[in-house]
Design a protein around this ligand. Sequence first.
Ligand SMILES: [Zn+2]
Length: 388
Amino acid sequence: MITALMTFLSSGVPLSCQRGIPEVQDGVYNYKDLLEAEPSIRILIAKDTRYAHLAIHGYYQIRDDRNTIVDEGPGLQKSMISVKDDCITVGNRHYKNTEIRISSSQHGDIEVNDVRYPGEIRILRQPNNKFLVIEEVGLENYLVSVVGNEMPHSWNEEALRAQAITARTYAMYKRKVKEDNIYHLDMLDLAYRGITGKTSRISRIVQETRGIVMAYNWNLFPAYFHSTCGGHTEDCYYVFGEDSIPPLKGVVCNYCEDSKYFNWSVDIDKSEIEKKLKDANMYVPDIHMINGVDPGEGIHCSKVEIVSSSGSREMHANSFRLLIGPYYLYSTAFYSRDNGKSITFSGKGLGHGVGLCQYGAQGMAKNSFTCISILKYYYPQVELIRVY
Ligand SMILES: [Zn+2]
């Protein structure tokens, strides 16, 4: 866990000493002037790709990596992006640059692979005629899409606010620890879909939490969240192998029974498990059984034991779940039963189980808890701080 290395925003200076006693408003420390403006964040949209489609629906400019305009126009019909030798090609235009940056006059005018994005799109040449597509976007715009795609729009406002602050904390943590990387987050890390999912209600709710993050010991931390815990959230140590800190140690959750994934049972053919392991270069023929091993208090196991005719081996449980399919083996909080050709997994919850339980947040909100009490429940010992 990297939290211990990180002072909050300016390295080496404890936040609490920096500006004297902060003002507290409605349970939130007001450090509004800590950052001068809303930060931007770099999101990976496509990696090591050879082709992508680009369309621009309004006036645009293309700049090189030194910020010099190399092209501009009133719009661009759907065109193929590719890279050959020392050139980035868009439709019939060729740019002899290592990178091009495309910006438009209006949010959402730039479309890559049929998704519209609000930020600046960067195409970066890579070896072997491949390229990366990265979007640089204001954090608040990013969060509107994430909240709109992570939770049903009809959910209680306090749950949606809690989701916004959680996602902001996670994104700012990643931005800080990956500040020297080409990108901070993969678009799959949180459910980001460009401008898709943006509604006026979600925009307003995100705006009402603008600049607010959670901090533990005045440090940002990876504020993990998941769909449904099944009764107890899990210690991050058991799921990610990261050092336990109080906000990520797991709590009892009595609020997510409404989720259809609270209890579940799936039957998976052993041959299918063998195939998925093989696809990941793990050759384990003739599987007899899969057992969950070393569970935490939330009964999410940290490892699975794969028993086959060649013996027994262990594998990281969350990696096993992702490999089988996160919407197939819903969580690692399961018991298994041998059914001959298949294994029945009976379990609880959906997702990795660490941090905020989304269904639990909605359950608490329906029981009149505020967003701050929801967050302080799922992440014990955190403070809320407004940083811009
Ligand atoms: Zn829960």
